[in-house]
Design a protein around this ligand. Structure first.
Ligand SMILES: [Zn+2]
Ligand SMILES: [Zn+2]
Length: 570
């Protein structure tokens, strides 16, 4: 039978119990806390007597395998809270967990003589947990709260088969080699500073790439009739109360008080866009109205989850909102799917998985409205000839959505591209338009993000291309390397012609030897090097050296421009 994501989660959570079991056998004075499954595996947070070190992991892992081989059945039973409190009388974490559970009983999971407080969801026996690997130790805090007890986290992963585990480990090694944080430093693209934890600083070359991504999106906006707007970074907290962010997202927002009025820094751009929609009466003739914004948003994340540009506290979204009628959803989404697929293809993301998320239990809006909107999304996907899966009940409570998941060159999956239908905000903000019959009607909102976060997309690209961005996206596309000073004048002439043709070019006329000039350009991943010697200057031609080591000698400058133009994406 095919294993589902949920089966994998159950396996990994069971492996978390296994590491706890092994740790208790080896270090009996350790206090247990919690051990959930994660996206890539699992972790368990401990309060040990001593600090765990990387060197301890092989011993713990060995004991895990031993317990796996003992093949204990994993049982689950409900016990009274009173009994549980006795069992954990000297473990304050478990006591706090017991108090937090509703009802009179709590679950207890046991294997051999090891038991752990747990609501359940495990494999049948420890024998099924043979393909496990411990990956790291890290510091953590109880309840992820810095003011609370410091804990020790052991991070690991588990798979159903040895092959799956080995594939994962190979991929992980590869990914570490091309970590975007490493590439960012090597290529001088961005940095982070203590003065702004989680807020990226973009250096000239990094900013250049971001600008190209933005300009490409602007080109698509123009082509498909989007209009760009810009809304303030800071808005009154009344707005965030009305939008529901205050109730649901307050802990991730930054606030300030000015002239005794409370403001919040925007975590999303939607409410600002809505105020523009509401700035005057709207007619059906204006719909669909497509307002796009490159909105810089701030979201407070726990410091433990920050990860280079992949997880930051401030980022730019390529956000857009389509205001339309229910009947227009299908047409709009069909176009949008085409835009997303075409864009992803440009970056070489051909393997795209698409999921349509449907009505969850606690949904707002009538069943009829949901049916119509969900059918519109599904028809749009069919119009665009897309294969897709249905994520039953996984939609947001305010509308169905489509998500695009890409696979990068190292086989990792990333969600890029979201189309979210929204019935809630038009209600909350009382959005209306005048229909052809003169009646006031409620529009639907569609939220779209294609790159999602520009910063995150940049990080994905850097790792996907292993630092070697395609020609059209490279901050410096061409570097002219002179062999001696006597070619300086010719180099300037070539530079002027290339610049006139919109190419990003620079000259290395330093006193370095030509070989070290080539080496530097290669390290900086500059796609084309033009090597100029006296022979080229005399013949008024150029020699090009590509990053892969291939060379072309004696080309006319016009030919080179033609060649570059062929690589243009927009
Ligand atoms: Zn459990
Ligand atoms: Zn939005």
């Amino acid at each position: 039978m095919k294993k589902t994501d949920n089966d994998l989660k159950i396996l990994r959570h069971s492996a978390a119990h296994l590491v706890a079991h092994a740790v208790l056998e080896l270090y009996p004075d350790t206090k247990l806390t919690i051990g959930p499954a994660t996206e890539e595996g699992f972790f368990y947070d401990f309060l040990p007597k001593q600090t765990f070190k990387e060197e301890d992991l092989p011993k713990i892992e060995e004991r895990m395998l031993e317990i796996a081989n003992r093949n204990y059945p994993i049982t689950h039973r409900e016990i009274s809270k009173e009994e549980a409190r006795k069992l954990y009388h000297n473990n304050p974490f478990k006591l706090e967990l017991i108090d937090g559970i509703e009802g009179d009983t709590v679950g207890l999971s046991c294997q051999g003589d090891f038991c752990d407080l747990c609501r359940g969801g495990h494999v049948e026996s420890t024998g099924q947990l043979k393909h496990v690997k411990l990956l790291a130790v890290a510091g953590s805090y109880w309840r992820a709260d810095r003011t609370k007890q410091a804990l020790q986290r052991i991070i690991g992963t588990a798979f159903f088969t040895e092959k799956e585990l080995n594939d994962f480990l190979t991929q992980r090694e590869e990914a570490a080699k091309y970590d975007h944080r490493k590439i960012g430093k090597q290529l001088d693209l961005f940095s982070f500073h203590e003065e702004g934890p989680g807020f990226p600083f973009f250096h000239p070359r990094g900013k250049k790439v971001l600008n190209i991504l933005v300009n490409y999106m602007r080109h698509l906006h123009d082509k498909y009739n989007y209009q760009e707007v810009s809304t303030p970074t800071m808005l009154s907290d009344e707005l965030w109360k009305r939008s529901g962010h205050y109730a649901h997202y307050k802990n991730n927002m930054y606030f300030c008080t000015i002239d005794e009025r409370n403001f919040a820094i925007k975590p999303m751009n939607c409410p600002g866009s809505i105020l523009i929609y509401k700035s005057r009466p709207r007619s059906y003739r204006e719909l669909p109205l497509k307002l796009a914004e490159f909105g810089h948003v701030h979201r407070h994340e726990l410091s433990g989850v920050l990860h280079g540009l992949l997880r930051v506290r401030a980022f730019t979204q390529d956000d857009a909102h389509i205001y339309c009628t229910v009947n227009q959803i299908e047409q709009e989404v069909t176009t949008l799917i085409k835009i997303i697929k075409d864009l992803l293809k440009v970056f070489g993301f051909d393997n795209i998985q698409i999921a349509l998320s449907t009505r969850p239990e606690n949904a707002m809006g009538s069943q009829e409205l949901w049916n119509t909107a969900t059918a519109a999304l599904s028809d749009a996907l069919k119009n665009a000839k897309c294969e897709f899966t249905i994520a039953e009940g996984e939609g947001a409570f305010y509308g169905p959505k489509i998500e695009f998941v890409i696979q990068d060159s190292m086989g990792r999956s990333w969600t890029c591209g979201t189309i979210q239908v929204d019935f809630m905000n038009p209600e909350n903000f009382d959005l209306t338009y005048t229909s052809s019959a003169g009646t006031k009607e409620r529009p639907v909102m569609i939220h779209q993000a294609i790159y999602g976060s520009l910063e995150r997309f940049f990080a994905i690209l850097l790792e996907h291309f292993k630092g070697q961005l395609p020609f059209w996206l490279s901050p410096t596309q061409i570097r002219i390397l002179t062999i001696s000073d006597s070619q300086n004048e010719y180099a300037k002439k070539i530079e002027a012609i290339l610049k006139e043709n919109g190419l990003r070019v620079e000259i290395d006329d330093s006193s370095d030897q030509i070989n070290s000039k080539i080496k530097n350009a290669q390290l900086e991943k500059i796609p084309w090097m033009i090597v100029l010697g006296q022979k080229e200057a005399d013949a008024q031609t150029v020699s090009v050296r590509y990053l892969d080591g291939k060379q072309k000698m004696g080309i006319k400058i016009e030919e080179l421009v033609d060649q570059a133009n062929k690589l243009k994406v927009f």
